[in-house]
Write a protein of this length. Structure first.
Length: 315
């Protein structure tokens, strides 16, 4: 099996490989070095045709599988530790974010396996969190470093994830226990709707390199990033405080559209991507590298895994 790294502007590093998923294990060191140097690597040339092969590829490039809690949108489970991308309209982009950056236990590695490439679009965009931090306005960064960012969630609204699915339990007491253990404030409405609130740091240091990174989902989970028609419908159905998710500055002040648009523009300036091909495996340092998804047409079958969790500080 060969491993030849191709570096080109505007795209993530691409390693030309050959063989089966099981052969990847022999190149684990090279994969780890590429991810450490560049934040991600796309492995191209493998013969991967089904979820079993995708699972084997994930095992070859990760050490410890991670079970997701509190997903922001539904997923389908393919195999243990392997699932679909979050449900999102194919004609709408999914904006930049770091997976589970609102949690205290975060996947340090995320793996995407392309089983069927779409007819067009659908690439995963990548952006370096340290570069984004450097290019954001100093006043904006200082504001969020001082106060953190706040995530508000409503479970059991017209869309989104119900609390039973989010917390993997049907027992309210178990959901409450999880919230207490993870610094999440919660309230129950009379109709059984659960609302949660937490404050997290917006800037963190990478546990491996010590580099400061913009690590959050401030823009992605904000109301102004939603499609305007979707936002209008949700506000009409549930009211401004009943959105399935929204973000604010950690001092409780709301974010205006200009601030959210600015964050997304800086992400866009640092985005690189590569169109999918069948059998591609994209290995991402989730702590350093944010990811997005372009709109697409045609069938797009991607398997996703989260792995190698790390515990981040509570402040």
């Amino acid at each position: 099996m060969t491993f030849a790294l191709d570096l080109a502007a505007g795209r993530p590093p691409v390693a030309r490989v050959s063989g089966t998923a099981d052969d990847l294990a022999g190149h684990r060191t090279a994969v780890d070095e590429a991810v450490a140097a560049h934040g991600a690597v796309l492995l191209r040339g493998l013969d991967l045709r089904d979820e079993a092969a995708a699972e084997a590829a994930v095992r070859a490039v990760t050490s410890t599988p991670m079970t997701e809690r509190e997903a922001f949108a539904p997923r389908a489970t393919y195999r243990p530790g392997l699932h679909s991308p979050t449900e999102w309209p194919p004609d709408q982009p999914m904006c930049m974010h770091h997976e589970l950056s609102y949690a205290l236990r975060v996947p340090s590695r995320q793996v995407f396996v392309c089983l069927t490439a779409p007819e067009g679009g659908g690439a995963v965009g990548l952006a370096d969190g340290a570069a984004v931090l450097r290019d954001l306005p100093t006043a904006l960064v200082e504001r969020f470093e001082r106060h953190g960012w706040e995530l508000l969630r409503t479970h059991n609204g017209p869309v989104g994830v119900d609390w039973q699915s989010a917390f993997a339990t049907t027992q309210p007491a178990e959901a409450e226990r999880y919230c207490r253990e993870n610094d999440i404030a919660y309230t129950w409405a009379a109709d059984g709707t659960l609302r949660t609130r937490r404050i997290r740091p917006a800037v963190r240091r990478h546990p491996g390199t010590g580099e400061r990174i913009w690590f959050n989902q401030i823009a992605f989970l904000n109301e102004w990033t939603m499609d305007p028609a979707v936002r209008e419908y949700l506000v009409f159905e549930a009211g401004p405080d009943g959105l399935p998710f929204n973000t604010r500055c950690g001092d409780g002040s709301p974010l205006d559209r200009a601030t959210v648009d600015l964050i997304n523009e800086v992400y866009e300036a640092h985005t690189v991507s590569e169109p999918w091909r069948d059998g591609d495996v994209l290995v991402v340092d989730n702590l350093r590298t944010a990811h997005s998804r372009l709109p697409y047409r045609g069938e797009r079958r991607i398997a996703v895994a989260l792995a190698d969790p790390v515990t981040v500080s509570r402040s």
